[in-house]
Ligand binder design. Structure first.
Ligand SMILES: [Zn+2]
Length: 262
């Protein structure tokens, strides 16, 4: 689904994550494998299961931890857990292999939204899950594909409501931020930054390629040429008084995401 541009793109994408040390996680049972951000290409949404979850707070990750340790796993198998208050708890985090969907535990960031059955996810929970998705895209410099657990495994998970939300593109409830990734102000011609990868992918997808050498972190002359082509088609996003604008701006970056069908 194509969504309208949000009125405000955020300058920073940082999301507030409650670390394992703060929610009282037990030490890992063994040592989970590390996974580089460069391996992450997918984002998987889960739910808790068949029974509604009527508690929030540290109880939520602790209950999951108990269950996953009993499975013989290292600890919470999801990368992150989100409760109905929108609090985000660290599980495997950004850099450890998950245990949430066979065949996708290295390639995917797995997030459990702590509801069950036909329970409705709160807006706060959906906002936090979407913020995690945007953060994951910013960190990896690419658009991760969006999935429910059932896309990768024969399961009811993540339930009908969450699955429909995933298939709708994981929209932020009520809009107002989170729909588009904000341009990091350091992303300028000549810069080396992971977000340049996303810029290049969007430019290519929207038809402003080719970008020889892409995709890389480097905002070189070929990326600049593609940005200039974008500005030729959309002079409203050009800097004033510049005939050939090779620097993407915040508004242009947001519009490019829409044009590329992000
Ligand atoms: Zn699942």
């Amino acid at each position: 689904m194509r969504r309208g541009l949000s009125h405000a793109w955020r300058h920073t994408l940082s999301v507030n994550i409650i670390p394992r040390s703060s929610w009282g996680a037990k030490p890992w049972n063994g040592t989970p494998n590390s996974v580089g951000l460069s391996e992450r290409t997918e984002f998987y949404i889960h739910y808790d299961g068949g029974t509604p979850v009527n508690r929030t707070g540290n109880w939520v990750p602790k209950a999951i931890e108990r269950e996953h340790l009993a499975n013989g796993w290292a600890g919470v198998g999801y990368n992150f857990v989100v409760d109905q208050n929108g609090s985000i708890y660290e599980g495997r985090g950004w850099n450890l292999q998950g245990a949430h969907c066979p065949g996708h535990n290295r390639s995917a960031i797995g997030v459990q939204i702590a509801i069950g059955g036909d329970q409705a996810p709160s807006d706060a929970a959906l906002r936090s899950a979407r913020a995690l998705y945007d953060e994951a895209c910013a960190k990896t410099g690419r658009q991760l594909s969006k999935h429910g657990h059932r896309d990768g495994f024969a399961t009811e998970c993540p339930g009908g409501r969450l699955y429909a939300w995933v298939k709708a593109g994981m929209p932020t409830p009520g809009g107002g931020g989170g729909d588009t990734v904000a341009l990091d102000p350091v992303v300028k011609p000549g810069a080396n930054h992971p977000q340049v990868r996303l810029l290049q992918e969007l430019l290519i997808k929207a038809g402003y390629g080719p970008i020889p050498g892409a995709v890389t972190d480097f905002y070189g002359v070929n990326t600049q040429a593609a940005v200039a082509r974008f500005h030729d088609r959309h002079p409203e996003f050009k800097s004033a008084g510049v005939s050939r604008d090779v620097a993407i701006g915040g508004r242009g970056f947001a519009a490019l995401q829409k044009e590329a069908g992000r």
